[in-house]
Design a protein around this ligand. Structure first.
Ligand SMILES: Cc1ncc(COP(=O)(O)O)c(C=O)c1O
Length: 399
């Protein structure tokens, strides 16, 4: 059957994630800086196995049953306490909504807010899979450049003014302010305040995506933008993926009840609710403080891996290659001379030099970052980091 001929017109905007495409190519002899995987040694396996046994013993009927779309009530209560104690975010349980990872929250944002032609403003570069989720709804994506203090908010206001003058409908500003994916950079506190002021002035929503503030390696004093929000215009996303285990697929949104009611409606037809069993496991994990007990060890490991990659880059890279010094998170963003297209470089890197990365194109709103790449430092071992960067430097020199 010719499936192509019956596809919906929007389906052509579904593009395969370059990261997932890349994973198919990777054989066991390739060192991969491609995915965004946590180091599996950080999973608190023993504690999780005790919690799983306890959940099945203590409340199997509830944990194995269908649940409500917004999530298990006790977990929403526990998360309201967690975001307050960890990040100073004040939320009532009705302001907490459980999702299938933060990725589902990104999809819900598209479903609820984006019409064809609406403007979404993001950092440039930004998280590849957010762009992938939203492209299906055919927005106009506008990228704001970054410097070492995050999104250049000074440029944002100019852009908004121009867009408003054209009559554009701006739906939200998407930011990953702390240890950003893909750059690892963190927005200064002054810029956070300024960003919120602009959003207030032009009456815009901010989507604050925050999977990485748990892994800040530098003593930077920042608070989530959500803590400064007095008018309910910040939708805050976070996830258990990097601090507990991504396999549970658990994330949470903190937002005004009115916004969450629309999310609720959108999620009902998508998957009814997030896995009840996984939610009870996280609930017990939070009650036993597993996450915060584990975090210092994980943070120290990732800081050492970041430093190992920075040292290897310094040692092996030829002149003309530059890279960010991430203040946290899981990634380094590297830039090669403009004549090198990193999509082409990737083919040689994998087939000849046995090393992989994610080309920069997909992280830019207009595919314009052709001479950049994202490098993950959390998943590879220390030996792989050194050897992989050595191989990557050879591939770049050959280009
Ligand atoms: C910025 C950002 N947002 C969202 C996600 C999605 O994470 P998950 O769906 O595992 O919670 C990721 C994962 O890498 C991310 O880096």
């Amino acid at each position: 059957m010719k499936v192509d001929s019956i596809l919906a017109s929007r389906t052509k905007f579904m593009t395969a994630s370059e990261i997932r495409e890349l994973l198919k190519w990777i054989t066991s002899d390739v060192i991969s800086f491609g995915g965004g995987l946590p180091d599996p040694s950080t999973f608190p396996v023993d504690e999780i196995s005790k919690v799983v046994a306890y959940v099945l013993e203590a409340y199997p009927q509830r944990a194995l049953q269908y649940g409500s779309t917004e999530g298990v009530a006790e977990l929403r209560e526990e998360l309201a306490k967690f975001v307050d104690s960890y990040a100073g975010i004040k939320a009532r349980p009705e302001n907490v909504f459980i999702t299938v990872g933060s990725q589902e929250a990104l999809e819900l944002l598209g479903r609820v807010f984006i019409d064809q032609g609406d403007v979404i403003i993001t950092e440039n570069p930004t998280y590849i899979a957010a762009l992938q989720a939203w492209r299906v709804y055919q927005p106009r994506l506008i990228g704001i450049p970054m410097d070492e203090h995050g999104m250049v908010v000074e440029k944002l206001e100019d852009t908004i003014r121009k867009l408003k003058a054209e009559g554009a409908k701006i739906k939200f500003i998407y930011t990953i302010p702390t240890a950003q994916n893909p750059s690892g950079l963190t927005m200064s506190q002054e810029r956070r305040k300024y960003l919120l002021e602009i959003a207030e002035k032009y009456d815009l929503l901010i989507v604050e995506d925050d999977p990485y503030s748990y892994f800040l390696f530098e003593p930077i004093q920042v608070t989530p933008i959500k803590t400064l929000d007095r008018s309910g215009r910040v939708i805050y996303l976070s996830t258990a993926s990097k601090i507990f285990a991504p396999g549970f697929r658990l994330g949470w949104v903190i937002a005004d009840k009115e916004i969450l009611d629309w999310f609720n409606l959108a999620k009902q037809s998508l998957n009814l609710h997030t896995s009840t069993f996984a939610q009870y496991v996280l609930l017990e994990g939070l009650r036993r403080n597993i996450i915060l007990k584990n975090l210092p060890r994980v943070k120290e490991l990732y800081r050492r891996k970041r430093d190992a990659m920075l040292t290897a880059l310094e040692t092996y890279m030829p002149p003309g290659v530059s890279w960010t010094k991430p203040s946290g998170g899981m990634f380094i963003w590297a830039t090669v001379p403009p004549h090198i297209d990193t999509r082409e470089l990737l083919v040689t890197a994998i087939t000849k030099y046995k090393v992989a990365f994610v080309p920069g194109h997909g992280f830019s709103v207009d595919q314009s970052l052709t001479n950049a790449m994202r490098l993950n430092f959390t998943y590879p071992t220390f030996e792989q980091i050194e050897e992989g960067i050595r191989r990557l430097a050879m591939a770049i020199k050959s280009a």
